[in-house]
Design a protein around this ligand. Structure first.
Ligand code: IVH
Length: 660
């Protein structure tokens, strides 16, 4: 093997291992910057030696060409569906049916993740194909898209001759919310739930788009295996894990059906805390040999059943509709509801998304409505209960004018949203300011929605840059402002001038550019003035910057109004340069994990403090962790840290470490 081939091999091995620790075990081994360096080297070596590229190289996750349509794949083993149970009685019936055939069995209970069923085929350990369930015997070939999913290995830990498995592709709740927010800002139709969003993303003909949606997979079933004997579900799950596949950790062996039911009840409470949506529990006979005796019906196996959670829906009254104008001018209706307790919180407002949807669902003010939470998070009206109408209900009509500035509400062909196109609209200005000052952007403490409202109403701020010329004598004239609070606010605004460049880029609110992308951009472009000159192809040459993002950036920096704002911010003395990576931070080179409830600061605040001082924060404790910061109720991370002999810091200890 040539030196180059050997180095390529070495890089691939390393990256595959780091991927496994990062995406599957959630336990990163090295800092992101080091990982990026290895990846860059591999991309570079492969680009000059294209004949050495193999399909399992980690560089081959993204980059496939858009497809014309999906080919089909015939499943070697039919992908069956499951019978449903809704009560303990249903489960007991299932158990009786099972024990009539085989008496001595145990069960495994697993969460039933609400995603899209997928079948993967690995040959000699290399991912060959991925297909949707389709009608159970023929599915769609979505291999190119599945290859972009970071927690699905392109190569298994061992070269098993043939392995066919089944699992679920899902979209985490957070990603679902992000994607829908993004869609709303673009005036596009929302996905109804994470399952639809996952299915839609998986069925994107352009793998590049699919790659931008943070999908993930969990695997739970071995359909076929060559070269190895596996005798039970638990053995199978352990084997999948060992091969580098993600297995949901919450499965449990249950000695009898009552235990399995208890597991269901337990999850019913816990499900809102999970980062993905689940719609029930799957209970399976553990050992494979009784499964053979039990067999299957045309549709489903007799050795498994899905216990479905009751849908979380409640009736309440739609009291009124509030019409809001967002930062980008979108005018959207929000339902004001009679408060109702739903999926763990009290809900009194619900997004109605757009007026087309209101019309489509025929919702009227005064209606009794059925509400739920989309993605377990976003309260939504499912439908009005038409039978409960009294005749007093009022139509909801789209606005003709912007409720904040009275300019005409406009609608672009093909978009669902009504928009206020007046960039000086006070409502848009308020929203832009709220975003500019928010934690994710310039992080100006004390400058929240209420203060912004006062500043705009008093005419003190007509443009974002006006924040930087506010005077104490103006502020003290405002209600609830004394010399001290005025002073504090001005200090916070002053301090924001020193924020890193990526925060300013985020704060500008450029379409498609969130904090993460802004950070990549700042690292590569390094000076605000350079953003004004940058071209689309230079931007798309940066890893992770797609065409749409690049076009949006160029358009933003070509718009005279935006350039005017930037000029004013520069004059005000804001930092416009990327700092050289702060090796000199007092915590640089140190890795922290924060767990439990802290009393004087929130977890994001603690994380920010660590990162501002050059430290790194990871989600889980490993040998690489230097400090575990613990609050109240720290849980298993604490036990693990103790076991590994990692230094534990109380909140006071942490604050004193960072000199506060
Ligand atoms: S087992 C023959 N296990 O639920 C056994 N299915 O309603 C096949 N699902 O189409 C399925 N989580 O897509 C199984 N832990 C789990 C599951 C699971 C989600 C889905 C699967 C299936 C649907 C049946």
């Amino acid at each position: 093997m040539s030196d180059i081939a050997a180095r390529i091999n070495e890089l691939r091995q390393k990256i595959l291992e780091y991927d496994y620790y990062y995406y599957v075990l959630d336990d990163p081994l090295i800092p992101d910057s080091e990982y990026d360096k290895l990846m860059k080297e591999l991309v570079q070596l492969e680009s000059v030696n294209p004949d050495l590229i193999t399909p399992d190289s980690p560089t081959q996750r993204v980059g496939g060409k858009p497809l014309e349509g999906f080919e089909t794949i015939t499943h070697r083993t039919a992908l069956l569906s499951l019978d449903n149970a809704f009560s303990l009685a249903d489960l007991k019936d299932f158990d009786k049916r099972v024990r009539r055939v085989v008496e001595d069995i145990d069960y495994v209970a697993e969460i039933k993740i609400d995603g899209v069923s997928i079948a993967l085929v690995y040959e000699n350990g290399i991912l060959q194909s991925a297909a949707t369930r389709g009608d159970g015997s023929i599915g769609e070939d979505v291999t190119s898209n599945v290859r972009t999913i970071k927690n699905i290995p392109l190569r298994l830990q061992e070269p098993i001759p043939r392995l066919e498995i089944r699992g679920e592709i899902y979209m985490p709740k957070k990603e679902f919310v992000r994607l829908n927010k993004d869609k709303e800002e673009k005036g596009e139709k929302n996905f109804a739930n994470p399952r639809n969003a996952a299915a839609g993303s998986l069925r994107q003909l352009d793998p590049q788009i699919s790659a931008q949606r943070a999908l993930a997979g969990f695997f739970y079933d071995i359909l076929y295996i060559e070269g190895l004997n596996i005798d039970s579900q638990i053995e199978g799950l352990d084997f999948l894990k060992k091969m580098g596949l993600s297995v949901n950790p919450s499965f449990k062996r249950c000695a009898n059906i009552e235990d399995a039911y208890e597991y269901c009840q337990d999850l019913l409470d816990k499900r809102h805390d999970l980062p993905y949506e689940i719609d029930g529990v799957v209970i399976k006979v553990n050992s494979y040999s009784p499964r053979e005796l039990l067999g299957q019906t045309a549709k489903s196996p007799r050795w498994a059943i899905a216990y479905k959670f009751p849908a979380e829906e409640k009736e309440t009254k739609l009291l009124d509709v509030e019409i809001n104008v967002g930062r980008t001018g979108i005018i959207a209706p929000t339902a004001l509801l009679e408060p109702v307790s739903l999926a763990g919180t009290t809900v009194s407002r619900a997004s109605m998304h757009n007026f087309d949807l209101v019309k489509e669902k025929d919702i009227k003010v005064g209606d009794t409505v059925l509400v739920h939470k989309a993605g377990d998070i976003i309260p939504e009206i499912i439908k009005p209960i038409v039978e409960k109408r009294t005749g007093e209900e009022e139509e909801i009509t789209p606005p003709e004018f912007c409720p904040a500035c009275s300019s005409e509400a406009q609608r672009t062909e093909g978009e669902v949203a009504y928009k206020c196109e007046n960039i000086n609209c006070p409502a848009r200005l308020k929203e832009s300011l709220i975003f500019f000052a928010s934690k994710a952007a310039m992080d100006i403490g004390g400058l929240g929605p209420a203060v912004i409202e006062q500043l705009v109403e008093a005419g003190l701020v007509k443009n974002i840059s006006d924040l930087y010329s506010l005077k104490e004598q103006d502020l003290v004239k405002l209600e609830r402002f004394g010399p001290k609070s005025a002073h504090n606010l001005l200090n916070a605004i002053e301090a924001s001038k020193q924020r890193p460049l990526y925060r300013l880029i985020t704060a500008l609110g450029i379409k498609h550019i969130g904090a993460k992308t802004a950070s990549i951009l700042a690292e590569n472009i390094q000076h605000l003035d350079e953003f004004e000159k940058v071209e689309v192809d230079e931007l798309t040459a940066i890893p992770e910057i797609g065409e749409k993002m690049a076009e949006s950036i160029v358009a933003f920096f070509n718009e005279p109004r935006n350039l005017d704002l930037i000029e004013k911010l520069k004059k005000a003395g804001l930092n416009i340069e990327e700092e050289k990576k702060s090796q000199e931070g007092s915590l640089s080179g140190l890795t922290f994990v924060v767990t439990g409830t802290l009393s004087s600061l929130t977890r994001p605040e603690a994380i920010k403090k660590i990162e501002d001082k050059g430290g790194k924060v990871t989600g889980s404790v490993s040998k690489k962790t230097n400090y575990l910061v613990v609050g109240e109720d720290p849980g298993s991370k604490y036990d693990k840290a103790v076991k590994l002999g990692i230094t534990i810091l109380t909140e006071e200890g942490f604050l004193s470490l960072i000199g506060e």
